[in-house]
Structures are given as structure tokens and as C-alpha cells.
Design a protein around this ligand. Structure first.
Ligand code: HEM
Length: 518
């Protein structure tokens, strides 16, 4: 081939490439224009961003990459709390919904409930040792008969009669935590955050599986592995390049470290599943959660769920119950440690019920539900120091009009966590920790307070979570006097997005016995 021929064929190749590229640009531009004509996404209020890229770069390295809720809160405030806000970029957008009536309507609709948006949750599949079959409850988008059957297992396990039986078990776990506090508190401030997370893991263990999950005593590796794999999932979600790097270079040291951790966690779930399968049946009339799960039949085939499905559901229970409740408790204690007036009022309520003072009795299940100020503290704490980035994630089931905007099928609808909705119009003094607002007699049903979500896919563990939070607060506040190392504002600003919202540097409390201090 002469030089001229060679030159011509290279030119031809370039020309072809250029034509393909132009065609691609044309296609993308046509699609963008067509979508602009067909839908109104571009009209939905949105925080400042770049053309086409939107807020993509913020998500990669700005505040939303580590303080999603706070960032959404700031954007909503700057836009005057619209009912719908759009954020995202490069064709991938989420709509943030703040209208409670709309949220209730679409989650509770009998005719067309919106499916759950599970795309992000599915990144947790590795933590749940999911290898196929029906998707575990947490990451299952639609309310299939299987989902309903699994929810029924939870609902039965956490019904009042069973929670009454569970109370002494949870109390025992709390006692273990108090022993650790006792051993640490004289040496200086104690970081209550990991203690609460370990405690809630153990509480799930004794309530659901009649065994310890080794949180506080370290007898199993589950806590450490859940924490480490949680960091991996978080990193993969934040950084697409890292995710691709690990996928396409599985022999690198980092990829192998991650695989070892994920395999280690799967092995723990496998061990627990084997223990559950090999146990004798419980005595007649008793139906612990582990037994109900292992006896669960798939409603559509009437066959017992497979070993791997059982394993993923076992993992789901532990994962769903651990971080959420543990970190929520840590934020709550942080708040209480900075609000002695609230603690005093709570102690007054507790002494009226005979739960605090010289002749205090042991806490009974019934006591816990008859303490309105305590319940108000938890509601208010979940408003100010809420633990999840989003309370509900949904997808539009078809092309539809929402608040007058034409929205395409499959659009992500995110109901932000309550940290993001501190509007003065709704709360008056949104940043004040004022449990009294829940007891004023005002109708609160229209306030944005969906900490446990709403509708048929709401938090199925909320009764257990409330039991744990109520009991832990009563036991700790009556036994100890807490002060926060640092200020509440500093703690709030240290909020950092993990699987849930945690305090980056921990929640450090000075702890002294209450009797001695008073
Ligand atoms: C303070 C503690 C907790 C908070 C704030 C919380 C909050 C939530 C929220 C907002 C949802 C709905 C998520 C969505 O729709 O995307 C949810 C779902 C769920 N929660 Fe909780 N939760 C807590 C404790 C627990 C506990 C102790 C368990 C028990 C093991 C649990 C088990 C679950 C499960 C299995 C689901 C999925 C339900 C379904 O999709 O049908 N949660 N939780």
C-alpha cells in the first residue's frame, strides 16, 4: 500500500468515526429535545447546576456526597420549600417530594401504589448475601404475595404480646451495655454511638433469633463485618469509578480485601442460618421469629423458602434493625445531653409513674407506652436528628402529572428525611428541640413527620425500635447524668452519611451516676 493509499484510508476512517459521532450527538440531542417536549422535568424547581451535568459534580465531591440530607434541606429552603424539587444530572434525576398528602396518597393507594425505589438499596445485596430467588424484604420493590408473607412474620413477631416477652431480653442486653459504660466512664468521656449500634444488634439477636449476635461481647464478627462492608457499599455508591475499578480489576489488593470482607459477612449469615435450621422446634404454642421464618412457605408455590432465601432474610433483619435504631438512639442521647430542662421534665414524668426515685420499680412493658413526654422526646429527636437520608424512595409507575408537571414513568421520587424539612412555616421554631410541640393538642397529622415511613411498606420494625428506644432512654437517664463533649451545633455539623446518618467523630458523653450528681 502506497503512502497516499494509507493516508486515504485513515481519512476515510476518521470520516466514518466523525459521522458515527455526529449521529450519536444528533440522537442524544433529539432524545433530549423530545423529552423536553413530552415532559416537564426541566420546569421543576431545581438548585443551581450546570447545563446537562446539573448537580453531578456536587454529588461526586460536594456536600451532598457526605451530608445529603442537609444539602437537600438547604436547597429546599433556598427555593422556598416547593412541593417538588429536582436534583441530579446527565439524564439521571430524582424528584424530592415534600407534600405529605401526596406521599400518603401514593403510598396507601389501593389501586396504584407506587413501587419502592430499590436501585440504591440493591447495592446492599452483597451485605445480605443475596444470590437469587425472591428479593429480600428491604430491597423488594413491589408488594408481592412473598413480600406480604415476610411482613406478616415481622408483624407477628413484633405484636404486643410478643414484645412483652421480648422486654426482659432487651433489658438484659441493655444491662450488658451499662456494664461497659460503668467500666469506661471514670476514664473520661464515652463514645455512646458504637455502643448503641452494638446494643441494637444484640437486641435483634435475642428478640428475633434467640441468640447473641456478638455486638457487645465480640463473640461473633457480624458487627465488625457489617461496619466494614457498609463502608464498601457507601464508597461504591459515592464513587462510580471506584466501583468499576473493583469490578474490572478483581485481582488488586483492594478488590481482594473487599471480597474477603463480603465473603466473611456471608459466612456469618450462613453460620447463623445453619444454627436456625438445626434447632429443635420450639415448645408448643411458642412461635419465635426464627421459627416462623424457617417455616415460611412461598405463597405462590407453597414450598418452604430456600436456605439462601432464609439466609438473606436473616441478614435483612439484622441489617435493618441495627444501624437505624443504634444511630437514632445516639442522636437522641446527644440531644438529651444538651437539654437538661427536657431531662428534668422526663424524670418528673418517670417519677410520677414510679420509675424514678428512691423506691423506683422495674420498668414494665405497659409503663413504656404510658409515657407521653418520653414518646414526644423520641418524635422530636427523630425530627431534628433523624437518622435516614430519605424516609421513602418510590418510582413513578407510569407517565403521569404530578403537581401539574408531566413526569415520565420510572422517575425516582424521594421523600427526604425529616432533617431536610425544617421549614419555619411548618414548625415555627424548627431548630429548637421542644418535645412539648407534640403535646400541645395541635393536630400534627399534616406535619412532615414520617420517620418510619407510611403505607403498606412502612417500617415493619418500628414497634421493636420504639421499645428499644424507650427502654434505653428510661434506663440510662434514670441511672446517669449525661453532658455532651462539645456543643449540639458541633455534633449536628459533624453529621456524616454512612448507610445511615452518623456523627463523624462519635457522640462523646461525660457520664456520672445520677444519684451522686444530684
Ligand atoms: C429508629 C429506628 C428505625 C427507623 C428510623 C426506621 C425507618 C424505616 C423507614 C423510613 C423505612 C421505609 C424505607 C423505604 O420505604 O424505603 C423502613 C423500612 C424497614 N424497616 Fe425500619 N426503621 C427503624 C428500625 C427498624 C427495626 C428495629 C427493624 C427490625 C428489624 C426494621 C426493619 C425494617 C424493614 C424490614 C423495612 C422494609 C419494609 C418493607 O419494605 O416492606 N426497622 N424503616
Amino acid at each position: 500500500m502506497s503512502d497516499l493509499d494509507h493516508y486515504c484510508s485513515v481519512c476515510l476512517l476518521y470520516q466514518m468515526l466523525l459521522q458515527i459521532l455526529s449521529l450519536l450527538v444528533l440522537l442524544i440531542a433529539t432524545r433530549i429535545l423530545w423529552r423536553r417536549w413530552k415532559y416537564d422535568l426541566h420546569k421543576v424547581p431545581s438548585p443551581p447546576g450546570l447545563p446537562f451535568f446539573g448537580q453531578t459534580f456536587d454529588f461526586v465531591s460536594g456536600q451532598p456526597s457526605y451530608q445529603f440530607s442537609q444539602w437537600i434541606g438547604r436547597c429546599l429552603r433556598d427555593l422556598g420549600y416547593p412541593k417538588l424539587m429536582k436534583a441530579g444530572g446527565m439524564g439521571q434525576y430524582a424528584l424530592f417530594v415534600t407534600d405529605l398528602n401526596f406521599i400518603k396518597d401514593v403510598t396507601t393507594s389501593k389501586t396504584e401504589p407506587f413501587p419502592k425505589m430499590t436501585d440504591i438499596a440493591e447495592s446492599m445485596n452483597a451485605m445480605l448475601a443475596y444470590t437469587g430467588g425472591p428479593k429480600p424484604l428491604l430491597v423488594n420493590a413491589t408488594a408481592t404475595p412473598y413480600v406480604k408473607a415476610v411482613r406478616k412474620v415481622y408483624a407477628t413477631a413484633f405484636q404486643t404480646a410478643n414484645l412483652k416477652l421480648a422486654l426482659p431480653k432487651v433489658n438484659g442486653v441493655l444491662q450488658n451495655m451499662i456494664s461497659i459504660i460503668e467500666a469506661q466512664r471514670e476514664k473520661g468521656p464515652v463514645d455512646i454511638q458504637p455502643l448503641f449500634v452494638k446494643m441494637t444488634l444484640d437486641a435483634i439477636g435475642v428478640v428475633a433469633f434467640d441468640t447473641t449476635l456478638g455486638g457487645l461481647d465480640g463473640s461473633r464478627e457480624i458487627y465488625r463485618l457489617l461496619l466494614d462492608t457498609g463502608y464498601i457499599v457507601r464508597e461504591r455508591l459515592r464513587n462510580l469509578f471506584k466501583k468499576l475499578y473493583i469490578r474490572y480489576f478483581p485481582n488488586t489488593k483492594e478488590a481482594q480485601r473487599q471480597t474477603a470482607l463480603i465473603d466473611g459477612l456471608s459466612a456469618e449469615w450462613e453460620k447463623l442460618t445453619t444454627e436456625i435450621l438445626e434447632r429443635d422446634d420450639p415448645p408448643n404454642g411458642e412461635e419465635p421469629m426464627w421459627h416462623a421464618l424457617r417455616s415460611l412457605r412461598h405463597p405462590e408455590t407453597n414450598e418452604l423458602i430456600s436456605r439462601s432465601t432464609l439466609r438473606s432474610e436473616v441478614a435483612t433483619i439484622a441489617l435493618a434493625g441495627m444501624e437505624s435504631t443504634g444511630h437514632q438512639l445516639a442522636w437522641l442521647l446527644g440531644l438529651l445531653a444538651c437539654h437538661p430542662d427536657v431531662v428534668d421534665k422526663l424524670l418528673e414524668e418517670l417519677s410520677q409513674h414510679g420509675l424514678y426515685g428512691p423506691n423506683a420499680k422495674e420498668v414494665a412493658f405497659e409503663d413504656l407506652t404510658e409515657l407521653p413526654y418520653l414518646t414526644a422526646i423520641i418524635k422530636e429527636g427523630m425530627r431534628i436528628g433523624y437518622v435516614l437520608h430519605a424516609a421513602i424512595g418510590l418510582k413513578t409507575p407510569r407517565d403521569m402529572s404530578i403537581f401539574g408537571y408531566r413526569i415520565p414513568k420510572g422517575t425516582f421520587l424521594v421523600c427526604p428525611g425529616t432533617r431536610a424539612l425544617h421549614s419555619e412555616e411548618m414548625w415555627g421554631d424548627p431548630h429548637a428541640f421542644r418535645p412539648e410541640r407534640w403535646l400541645s393538642g395541635e393536630d400534627m397529622s399534616h406535619k412532615y413527620s414520617i420517620g418510619f415511613a407510611v403505607g403498606p411498606r412502612d417500617c415493619i420494625g418500628q414497634k421493636l425500635a420504639m421499645l428499644e428506644m424507650r427502654l434505653a432512654i428510661v434506663r440510662l437517664i434514670t441511672e446517669y447524668h449525661f453532658t455532651l463533649k462539645g456543643t449540639w451545633q458541633e455534633l449536628l455539623e459533624s453529621a456524616n452519611d454512612g448507610l445511615v446518618i452518623e456523627a463523624r467523630d462519635g457522640v462523646w458523653l461525660n457520664i456520672t451516676p445520677r444519684v451522686a450528681s444530684s
